[in-house]
Ligand binder design. Structure first.
Ligand SMILES: Nc1nc2c(ncn2[C@@H]2O[C@@H]3COP(=O)(O)O[C@H]4[C@@H](O)[C@H](n5cnc6c(=O)[nH]c(N)nc65)O[C@@H]4COP(=O)(O)O[C@H]3[C@H]2O)c(=O)[nH]1
Length: 952
């Protein structure tokens, strides 16, 4: 709209000038054109007055620039004088062309008009600069100086010209023609240039138009030698230039007033400056949609140095920009807008609440302002609160109790699903209503009265009531707690009501107890409950002087059964075992599941006599073992399971703890396991002594390996003609206190504790070193070396690498090395065993099956294993001459080995008769005391007649 007005005025003026030109070519010509010029001057004066009117208005509102403030009187008088002069000149111009007084008057009018316009333009400019936000105070001062300087110069010029004319020094006509127009030209150009600051985009065009008009005028003046056409041109240029200048000033004044209408009050002026640094974003937009100003906060948010002259959509989030045309239409219709937007700022994603305010009526109707608040923190907080609220709601909903929140007016604000079920209504139907709105007085009879009590009480009101659920008719006794919710000033803002089902509570208590003290799978008392009972039982036995017994029961091979049948069946078996144990004892006795496949039975009240007590518990144990003989039927299939039972009787011991009792029963149970399973063992103090001795032995052995107390002895292996063909390496422990300890005392322990790995590696390394030494001499280079390898050592991760590493490091010939394995090694993963043997076999290492015939022998394994040798156990050899069956076994082993092409070594050969028997049955290798005992290497070499190969 603003643009259209401007254009219409431009057109009118241009039309007026054209008309003037046309009319001036008329027959009456010059006279009419002069009159027209005067009228236009009058119009210009009116325009100047209008401009001053704006200024006056600003003055009245108390905000006009200081230039106006300081000179209102003489500015007004100058303008009034100019108007009066024009009025006077008009009849003269019309009547007499070119008379001297008329020229004087015209000169005076022109001068006054120029001064007037100059002052107005300077004042507007300085006022606009001062009011524009962000203006530098220094520039404003400079403008003041400029304006004051220009006014003084103009006044001085006026005085000088007037004096010059009065004294006849200045040619009046020449000055009117040349000097004055040039001065005007300069003033107009300066004013026009400055006007672009508040004339906006069109300012540049204004300058161009003005410059063009003035150029034409100046050319006409310079060329004009009083010719009729030159004069007409001059008049036209004058009209045009002055009109444009006045119009620019008027429009600038209007625009300035509208855009910067906030400057119409000193408080607003200061507010703009404050807004610059305020924590809100301010963007002012002109009627064309271009940004006029954006404050520092907004620029920082967007991370740009300036937004001036950018389209207003730059202040919007990209996602909202497509709505801009619609919003613009609504703004132009006078509607303000408010919306939220999220923008990527240099500080990360931020959220803004933006309001768009349209300019007040009567100003630039299409200008508007965007005010944005950073609501990121608020949004974050709101999000968190909402999240917490929804968590709270889901928490409350999950509570089995009935939970209700009422407002101060008794209306339901929130309730959980349990309450919905009670009243038989959906959440939405309940919220916002009161108890009586929903007709719940019958269902909750004392609700109203207890609400009142809770409001007036400082502590929660607790009472019991029978409630009936609408959804399924469930009726129960409920404990109801009502608490008033109060604001900081003590005012009641709501009521919280929680109804707890008492029956449900006792059920829950029982369930918790059950989970705490009973085993979930079998339903038997758990370890915790057993410990409690045991503690009481120890005290009771002491007080009453009676005996009790503890049975520690472990299922034999349960793990294998569990793995092969599956866990489900394993669980079923455990349940069935529980039942059978309960059936085996008296009702007062405790059967507990201790963990895994372990059960504990506490048999109490066994009387005051230990012998009787032991007899009674023995019968209980037998009862249990007998019951286990019956197969367990699991899913239609019968399975056998046997127990190993350890028993300890207590009652006469002083200060025996629960832990000690359990340890004793556990020890006895392990004894039963060692005794072949499916049996019982009673604890006796010797067991404890053995256990203690084993513990000591273990720590001593650990130390021995570390301190190098182990030694390797060698026993000869001979052939049929009595020549040495090899040796077996056998470990010995030279104990500092106990002397020489035989392997039978510590090999098992080493196996159980895992120490066998380090022990075995030591023997292997020592034997291989010896083998490497023997390889250096022709008399010993053909000897073989047998080394025992225990199952745990063999199955140890990295065994193959360890052996190959030792062979490589010592330089021993692997073809001379024989690893002696026992049959129980085959109990594990046979494929893995074969695999490991093959890996070593590929590198030349040989294998011998030790103690053949006593263990778990399977002919199919014999075929699968890459063996080189069988060693007939010495138990067969020792009785081979006296026991026919041993002789048969030995013959059979020899025949079997022969057919499998395996070498056979007879162990434990103690006399020549045994040798004869073995030789006559085809045995070619012998080992035993008859040929030599295991001895240290020095003695071994001395006995067999070869020099020591040990380095000196
Ligand atoms: N009564 C009698 N006994 C004879 C006769 N000839 C040999 N012996 C004994 O029989 C055992 C033969 O070793 P083994 O069967 O591998 O049985 C070995 C072997 O299984 C184990 N063992 C010994 N050293 C090691 C070792 O370094 N590593 C592993 N894993 N086990 C070893 O300890 C067992 C016992 O070893 P030792 O006490 O040295 O007992 C040796 C040896 O002294 C005889 O004519 N009459």
């Amino acid at each position: 709209m603003h643009e259209i007005h401007t254009r219409i005025m431009w057109c009118l003026l241009a039309g007026g000038v054209l008309l003037a030109g046309l009319v001036s070519t008329d027959a009456q010509g010059v006279g009419f054109a002069r009159a027209l010029q005067t009228w236009i001057q009058v119009l210009l004066l009116l325009a100047a007055l209008a401009t001053l009117g704006w200024g006056g208005r600003l003055l009245l509102q108390g905000t006009a620039g200081s230039a106006f403030m300081g000179r209102p009187l003489w500015v007004c008088s100058a303008v009034a004088l100019g108007g009066f002069a024009v009025l006077l000149a008009l009849p003269l111009r019309l009547s007499e062309h070119g008379s001297r007084p008329a020229l004087w008057l015209e000169l005076a009018v022109n001068i006054l008009l120029s001064i007037c316009l100059l002052i107005v333009s300077i004042d507007l400019l300085s006022s606009a600069r001062r009011n524009s936000p962000g203006a530098v105070p220094r520039a404003s001062h400079w403008l003041h100086l400029q304006s004051n300087g220009a006014v003084l110069t103009a006044l001085a010029l006026l005085v000088a010209v007037t004096a010059g004319v009065a004294q006849g020094l200045v040619d009046l006509e020449g000055m009117r023609r040349y000097v004055l127009p040039l001065g005007m030209l300069a003033c107009c150009a300066w004013a026009a240039l400055q006007s672009r600051h508040f004339a906006g985009q069109s300012g540049r065009w204004t300058v161009l138009r003005l410059a063009a008009a003035l150029a034409v005028g100046a050319a006409a003046i310079l060329l004009g030698a009083g010719s009729h056409w030159a004069m007409l041109l001059e008049q036209a240029a004058w009209c045009y230039a002055l009109s444009v200048l006045a119009l620019v000033l008027v429009m600038a004044s209007l625009r300035h007033s509208l855009v910067g209408w906030a400057s119409a009050h000193p408080a607003r002026l200061q507010g703009e400056e404050w807004l610059e640094q305020a924590p809100i974003g301010v963007v002012r937009v002109d009627g064309s949609g271009a940004i006029v100003h954006a404050n520092r906060t907004q620029l920082d948010w967007l991370g740009v140095p300036s937004l001036v002259d950018q389209p207003w959509t730059e202040a919007l989030a990209p996602s909202l920009r497509n709505q801009a045309p619609d919003w613009l239409a609504r703004l132009r219709a006078g509607q303000s807008l408010a919306f939220e937007q999220s923008m990527d700022t240099p500080q990360g994603l931020r959220h803004f609440q933006t309001d768009i305010l349209v300019a007040p009526q009567g100003r630039d109707a299409h200008a508007f302002m965007l005010l944005s608040h950073d609501v990121s923190m608020q949004k974050l907080m709101v999000g968190r609160v909402q999240e917490q609220q929804s968590q709270l709601v889901s928490l409350v909903s999950a509570i089995p109790d009935l939970v209700v929140l009422k407002g101060a007016d008794g209306r339901f604000l929130h309730c959980n699903q349990a309450f919905e079920r009670l009243v038989g209504l959906a959440h939405a139907q309940i919220i916002g209503r009161t108890t009586s709105d929903l007709g719940l007085q019958g269902r909750m009879p004392s609700d109203w009265e207890t609400d009142l009590r809770a409001r007036n009480a400082n502590t929660p009101v607790v009472y019991e009531e029978t409630l009936q659920f609408a959804d399924n008719g469930y009726q129960g006794r409920f404990e109801i707690t009502k608490s008033a919710i109060r604001a900081a000033n003590g005012e009641v803002t709501g009521l919280l009501c929680i109804c707890r089902d008492l029956a449900e509570r006792s059920r829950a208590r029982k369930e918790i107890e059950r989970l705490e003290f009973f085993d979930v799978l079998t339903g038997l008392p758990n370890r915790r409950m057993l410990m409690d009972r045991l503690e009481w039982s120890i005290i009771a036995c002491k007080q009453r002087g009676t005996y009790a017994a503890l049975l520690f029961i472990d299922l034999d091979n349960f793990k294998d059964l569990n793995d092969s049948l599956g866990h489900q069946k394993g669980d079923r078996l455990l349940c069935e075992v529980g039942k059978r144990l309960i059936a085996s004892v008296r009702s007062g006795d405790v059967v507990a599941r201790f963990g895994g496949d372990e059960f504990v039975v506490l048999v109490e009240n066994l009387g005051a006599e230990r012998v009787q007590a032991e007899a009674h518990v023995r019968s209980v144990v037998e009862h249990v073992i007998t019951r286990f003989k019956q197969p367990f039927v699991l899913d239609g299939q019968s399975h056998h399971s046997t127990p190993s039972i350890g028993v300890t009787v207590f009652g006469d011991q002083e200060s025996l703890t629960v832990q000690e009792l359990l340890k004793r029963a556990d020890l006895a149970m392990y004894e039963a396991k060692s005794a072949g399973r499916n049996t019982q063992r009673f604890f006796d103090p010797q067991m404890q002594a053995i256990v203690n001795a084993r513990a000591n032995l273990e720590s001593d052995l650990r130390q021995a390996i570390h301190d190098g107390e182990l030694q390797v002895y060698y026993q000869p292996v001979m052939n049929g003609s009595g020549s040495l063909v090899g040796a077996e390496a056998l470990v010995r422990w030279r104990h500092p206190a106990r002397g020489l300890v035989m392997p039978i005392e510590f090999i098992d322990l080493a196996e159980q504790t895992g120490l066998i790995v380090d022990l075995g590696n030591f023997v292997m390394r020592t034997a291989c070193e010896q083998l490497a030494l023997w390889a250096a001499s022709p008399s010993t280079q053909a000897l073989t070396m047998s080394v025992n390898v225990s199952p745990r050592q063999f199955h140890n991760q990295g065994f193959v690498d360890e052996v190959l590493g030792i062979v490589a490091q010592t330089g021993a010939n692997p073809a001379r090395l024989k690893l002696e394995l026992t049959e129980n090694l085959l109990l594990g993963d046979v494929n893995e065993t074969v695999n490991r043997m093959r890996q070593l076999k590929e590198r030349g290492v040989g294998f011998s099956l030790d103690d053949f015939g006593v263990g778990y022998s399977s002919l199919s394994y014999l075929k699968r294993l890459p063996l080189d040798q069988l060693k007939i156990d010495r138990s067969f050899v020792s009785d081979v001459l006296s026991d026919v069956s041993d002789a048969v076994i030995v013959r059979t082993i020899l025949a079997l080995a022969h057919s499998l092409e395996l070498e056979v070594v007879a162990e434990g050969v103690e006399n020549s008769e045994q040798v004869d028997f073995l030789v006559s049955n085809g045995c070619k290798r012998f080992q035993g005391f008859h040929f030599g005992r295991p001895v240290p290497i020095g003695e071994f070499e001395r006995l067999h007649g070869f020099a020591s190969f040990r380095p000196a």
